[in-house]
Design a protein around this ligand. Structure first.
Ligand code: ADP
Length: 166
């Protein structure tokens, strides 16, 4: 049984995250999507809200479970009885950051391996931060997130414009 942990902030979950989660569920026997907090990021949505959104978008997959974690990722991964982390890579910038993280986690965590899945080309430019900025200015984000997440963004950011409007 190969179990992997797919960690992220998911603030909010985008079509790019969903794509990696679904592809990961096809690669591993079990996939745990682990919603955490990144110390460099101040999330727009609470942990509970992010968990709920991830559950709606990926909870239909029978071998996927959704959880939250605090503290060091390697400790969480080990507590789940596995040593595999799944991450997505979009750009060269992602690669540099992810390489440092993967090597640090391996050094610190011993036998932890990080498996990378390349973003699908249609999602390779998607980034939660940009989506929040677009939604905050009343832009249409329906190409980037599901309708439920787009609604949550509109409600949170107070935009009065509707999806599909120019
Ligand atoms: P973190 O704060 O841990 O970087 P994110 O929620 O930003 O969490 O991202 C979680 C994972 O999903 C990361 O591996 C990131 O590279 C990947 N990811 C984010 N957006 C996309 C996308 N559009 N396509 C593929 N992978 C993505």
């Amino acid at each position: 049984m190969k179990t992997a942990v797919y960690p992220g902030t998911f603030d909010p979950i985008t079509r790019g995250h969903i794509d990696i989660g679904r592809r990961g569920s096809g690669i591993f026997d079990e996939l745990i999507v682990a919603v955490g907090s990144n110390p460099h990021k101040q999330p727009l949505f609470s942990l509970q809200e992010r968990l709920e959104m991830v559950r709606k978008e990926l909870g239909d997959l029978p071998n996927v479970s959704i959880d939250s974690f605090k503290g060091l990722l390697v400790d969480y991964v080990k507590s789940k009885g596995t040593g595999i982390i799944l991450r997505g890579i979009r750009t060269v910038a992602d690669f540099e950051y992810e390489l440092q993280m993967a090597l640090t986690n391996r050094k610190y965590g011993g036998d932890i391996e990080t498996v990378f899945v390349m973003a699908s080309e249609e999602y390779s430019y998607l980034n939660s931060q940009l989506i929040k900025e677009i939604a905050g200015m009343g832009g249409d984000v329906s190409a980037f997130v599901t309708p439920g997440v787009a609604r949550a963004l509109r409600e949170r950011l107070g935009s009065s414009r509707q999806e599909g409007e120019a």
